[in-house]
Ligand binder design. Structure first.
Ligand code: SAH
Length: 489
């Protein structure tokens, strides 16, 4: 636990800020951070750490390039830039996934596959993404190419499989745009079924290339079990799994209570699960996952969670427990107000963004839902990120409608302005490209696109000229985000 691990590229990569710090110290820092941020809402339980906190990431992504001698290299973008840093080993990534990427580096050389040159928009191989189901051992390889055709494809696949028989599927994803996003819109499976499976909480899950799947499966089981315990289900409830991804949380709940009923335990079956998720591929996976696990009491819908729950609230639908697991940027005003109007007994908020969690807990508090339990879980050792599960329940204040509306009027909701918040845009850009963008840059791009920006960004021309201007690659990434959130065509 106290051993100090080092990484040769940690400074340039920017992914792990706690290398060089014993794991126990990392946990202490995270505990203090969460207590400082969320302590005002209630007691923060001691963070749940990992027994072996290395090589936990089941998903590894490398960008491909050449060094100045023409050798093929792969690794990550240098923090805040588009320069590729060669990575030959990583403390947190799965070692089998890493080995496969190193093999692809070698094969690219022998098959004379050109790496993509961003500036010239020439070449073929842009990125490689490898995902492994830790419980099943199944591996997915996604080759992100500038064109759909891979010369020597058949022999390339043969050579790769000969060296790594654990590969279950290989997919070519075409990304021919001048974009910083990793995956393009079109994929073609060139080997296997186009997805892999993994097991969590007694269920088998099918994972497609673009579906979200937790990157640390060992801690995910702990996280989900904590969340399910917090839900305090006794049978017969209807549960909303909001921001459900491929349905992991909802299906784990359905499975657990289905079993309890069949085995003649004290808890009856009959828990109904409704899931909502924005990514269509993930929803399709969720539907297949419920069938594959023999679960008939779960349904999944594609859509924005806020819009979905708002409609449920207006139609007077009954939900007993809400499980919500939004992206790092947190939830929305629409979601939270509608969640409160539905009047659930409990809300379990799973968050990977402590700052947005704090903002959302404050709103929930104003609407009568208080934090009853706060449990941090270390899903991302060596990095600064912390996951937190919070149980919210109604205190003495009743969520009478008048009070709900009144409270909102007095609340600072500027961070929710527009269709996507600045935090959501930053998050999206970071997830897709690994680049950090500032609010200033976002405001500059929004203005270029004719979108409204906050008052603080509306400066006279003379002053604007003095400010740093958004570089083109960041502008392209922000535009992609605006497009993703439907703010521009
Ligand atoms: N609960 C899942 C996924 C959590 S990640 C799990 O544990 O695996 C957050 C998910 O929210 C992602 O799948 C993302 O696609 C989805 N998402 C992002 N914005 C959304 C929105 N506005 N409405 C619904 N889902 C959204």
């Amino acid at each position: 636990m106290s051993e100090i691990k080092k990484c040769a590229v940690s400074k340039k990569c920017g992914g792990c800020c706690y290398t060089g710090l014993p794991y126990g110290e990392q946990l202490k820092k995270k505990q203090q951070y969460i207590e400082g941020l969320l302590g005002r809402f209630g007691k923060v339980e001691p963070i749940i750490g990992m027994g072996r906190p290395e090589h936990y990431r089941n998903k590894v992504h490398h960008v491909f390039d050449r060094d100045r001698y023409g050798n093929i290299i792969s690794g990550c973008y240098e923090a805040g830039s588009h320069k590729v840093v060669r990575v030959d080993g990583c403390l947190i990534e799965d070692e089998i996934c890493q080995k496969i990427i190193f093999t692809i580096r070698e094969l690219a050389k022998s098959f004379k596959i050109r790496t993509y040159e961003e500036d010239l928009r020439q070449g073929l191989l842009r990125h490689v993404l490898v995902r492994r189901g830790f419980a099943t051992g199944e591996v997915m390889v996604v080759l992100v190419l500038a064109r759909a055709e891979l010369p020597g494809k058949v022999n390339f696949v043969k050579a790769l499989l000969a060296l790594h028989p654990e590969i279950k599927t290989i997919i070519i994803n075409v990304n021919n745009k001048k974009t910083s996003m990793v995956l393009g819109e079109n994929s073609r499976t060139i080997y296997g079924p186009g997805y892999i499976r993994d097991r969590l909480c007694g269920c088998t899950f099918r994972i497609s290339p673009s579906s979200f799947y937790q990157v640390n499966p060992v801690q995910t089981e702990i996280l989900y079990n904590t969340a399910i315990e917090f839900a305090g289900l006794s049978g017969g409830e209807t549960v909303l799994d909001a921001y459900c991804g491929i349905g992991t949380i909802g299906l784990a709940i359905a499975k657990r209570y289905e079993k309890a009923g069949k085995d003649g335990g004290s808890q009856s079956a009959g828990i109904k699960v409704v899931g909502v998720e924005l990514n269509g591929e993930a929803v399709r996976d969720a539907v297949t996952n419920s069938k594959d696990n023999g679960i008939s009491n779960a349904r999944f819908c594609k859509g924005d969670a806020g819009v979905f729950i708002d409609r449920m609230a207006r139609e007077g639908e009954k939900i007993d427990v809400i499980m919500m697991d939004p992206p790092r940027s947190g939830s929305t005003k629409q979601f939270i107000t509608s969640a409160v109007k539905i009047n659930p007994k409990r809300i379990v908020y799973i968050s990977c963004g402590p700052e947005s969690l704090k903002r959302d807990l404050q709103i929930f508090k104003g609407l009568g839902y208080k934090a009853v339990k706060i449990q941090p879980v270390d899903m991302f050792p060596y990095t600064e990120h912390v996951e937190t599960v919070v149980l919210l329940s109604k205190g003495v204040i009743d969520s009478q409608k008048v009070k709900v509306e009144f409270s909102l009027e007095n609340m600072d909701t500027t961070s929710f302005r527009g269709k996507a918040t600045y935090e959501q845009i930053k998050d999206y850009v970071l997830q897709q490209t690994g680049m950090k963008v500032s609010s200033l840059y976002i405001s500059q791009v929004k203005r270029k696109c004719g979108l409204e920006v906050g008052d603080s960004y509306n400066k006279p021309k003379s002053e604007e000229a003095k400010r740093p201007q958004c570089p083109p690659e960041k502008e392209a990434a922000i535009m992609d985000a605006l497009r993703h959130f439907g703010m521009i065509e």
